[in-house]
Design a protein around this ligand. Structure first.
Ligand code: TEU
Length: 522
């Protein structure tokens, strides 16, 4: 049993969390001022998205110095104060490790002696496309050669084949651990091993070797860390290898299947209707696949995903019920739950009228490319509104006041107008709020071993409206129900009568619109 099996992680996207100095951009001192809020919520770990020096082409995921703080976010002294403030409250601190690529303004990329730290070719060796539109090979007019960037052209990919690159990254990682951080969320880590000739960049041939080498070189004699790898396109079978403790690679991965069920096979902008059965199929397979070896991470949201209550729930009349139900269903699975800032308030997608309202490079580039290729601007906007990452990046809603209490200046992206009624100040004083529901879910995971470790069985696999599962551990059992519809209903589950002790919600196997419930017996 590892400590993280009963832990809950809270993700902070510093740019959008809290602004202490009125420049309209969130910062580390803003977070320091809100630590008691996190303590009240009861989370065990904070994962902090990038705060390092960066040209901010991709909001800090383009790093120009791995061992400092961007002045827009504060100083290293602020970082240390934040780290101490969290530790004093018994909360661990995990930082983002973005080492598939650097910024093109990183000194490594500018150093002629480090030419082989990146992927340079006289002609593009393949036709790879960037995740942010356009070709992944960019011509550098100075040298006349092309370099690889799987993300923006300001995010050149590091060449992990070069042992010096790996050594420099390991040294940097030890520097942060020595400074007191408790682990890493590793950005697109399954992209670091590539086979250009075979056209492979997901889960490439040397992935396990690179992770095991990193483990031996950086984590070997340290305990209590959290190592989570972000892995688009990872399969259950691969995840078993990445997260098997005996292999000494990672503790868990972020897989993407459940956040792609409403998207086309080749493009996230290709909108598909949400189907509950597809969600159950994928989650069920991951629960079973990692039951005997490895470990799941559980998430609905992060800074790259639209808000879950708008996406899979109801952000209108039944918003509070739907947000609570989604929390109940996710948190009572087996795995480590992640809460993205504002999810605990039931924050929703925002309103985007025109393309001018978007800030994210992914959305802006896609719009330009699709419209230039002849798509109708209205159709493209429709997809951006639904799937655009800026939905997750509007300011954290602290109060009903100006700019949601996020800043005293002009925010870099406007607050969602619904902060007038969806905000932390109102939620904390309302016992029936989504916030207090999340507090309770976090507390339950700490208290009940059946939540942290129990076996998982999906029930009602074919039902189109109800998500149902049971958990079991040493004679202790849970039944969890989530109504993914606006209809009230009575449920039948073999072996359960509804007379069992309600853990969440009232007695009886009846569900109101978007209601979630849990029952317990032993
Ligand atoms: O994201 C990688 C990723 O695969 C996607 O979620 C990506 O954001 C995009 O939506 C694909 O369509 C990570 C970070 O979480 C993201 O914020 C960065 O932009 C990206 O890597 C590059 O560092």
């Amino acid at each position: 049993m590892s400590w993280f099996q009963s832990a809950v992680v809270y993700q902070i996207y510093p740019r959008s969390f809290a602004d202490s100095d009125g420049d309209g951009i969130g910062d580390l001192r803003g977070i320091i001022e809100r630590l008691d809020y996190l303590k009240h919520l009861g989370v065990d770990v904070v994962w902090l998205s990038p705060f390092y020096p960066s040209p901010q082409d991709d909001n800090g995921y383009d790093i120009s110095d791995y061992q400092d703080v961007d002045p827009v976010f504060g100083t290293l002294a602020d970082f240390d104060e934040l780290s101490e403030g969290l530790h004093a409250r018994g909360i661990k601190l995990v930082i983002d490790l973005v080492v598939n690529h650097t910024s093109d303004e990183h000194p490594w990329f500018r150093d002629p002696a480090k030419r082989d730290w990146y992927w340079w070719r006289e002609t593009p060796p393949n036709d790879w496309r960037s995740f942010f539109s356009g070709p992944a090979w960019e011509l550098d007019p100075v040298s006349g050669e092309y370099y690889l960037h799987l993300f923006s052209r300001k995010q050149p990919d590091l060449n992990w084949e070069n042992p010096e690159v790996r050594k420099a990254i390991h040294t940097m990682m030890r520097w942060w651990l020595d400074r007191g951080v408790d682990g890493f969320r590793m950005d697109v880590i399954n992209l670091i091993s590539k086979d250009l000739a075979a056209g492979v960049y997901f889960n490439g041939p040397r992935m396990h070797e690179f992770l095991q080498e990193m483990h031996a070189s950086v984590f070997a004699d340290r305990e209590g860390l959290l190592l989570v790898g972000e892995m688009p396109n990872v399969t259950v079978e691969q995840a078993r290898l990445y997260t098997d403790p005996a292999r000494r690679e990672l503790d868990m991965v972020f897989q993407f299947e459940h956040v792609q069920i409403d998207q086309g096979p080749t493009s996230k902008w290709d909108l598909h209707a949400f189907e509950l059965r597809a969600l159950k199929e994928t989650f069920g397979r991951w629960q079973t696949g990692l039951a005997d070896v490895g470990w799941n991470s559980l998430y609905w949201n992060n800074h790259d995903q639209p808000r879950v209550v708008s996406r899979f729930g109801d952000d209108g009349e039944h918003r509070v019920a739907a947000a609570k139900m989604l929390g109940t269903v996710l948190h009572l699975h087996r795995g480590t739950p992640y809460v993205y800032q504002g999810e605990e308030l039931g924050m929703t997608n925002t309103l985007f009228n025109t393309i001018e309202d978007f800030r994210d490079i992914e959305s802006l580039n896609h719009y330009a490319e699709a419209v230039a290729a002849g798509a109708s601007p209205d159709d493209v906007l429709l997809a951006l509104r639904k799937m655009g990452r800026d939905n997750a990046r509007t300011p954290m809603q602290w109060t009903s006041g100006a700019h949601a209490g996020f800043t005293e200046g002009e925010p870099w992206i406007p607050a969602n107008p619904n902060h007038e009624w969806i905000n932390a100040e109102a939620a904390v004083t309302d016992e029936g709020s989504v916030f207090h529901h999340y507090r309770r879910l976090i507390e339950l995971r700490h208290q009940l071993p059946v939540i942290a470790r129990g076996d998982f069985t999906m029930r009602l696999v074919d039902d189109e409206r109800v998500y149902a599962f049971t958990r079991a551990l040493e004679g202790e059992e849970l039944l969890v129900l989530g109504n993914f519809s606006g209809d009230s209903m009575r449920i039948e589950i073999e072996g359960w009568t509804g007379a069992e002790a309600p853990l969440i919600g009232g007695p009886g196997l009846v569900l109101g619109p978007w209601e979630g419930k849990a029952f317990r017996r032993s």
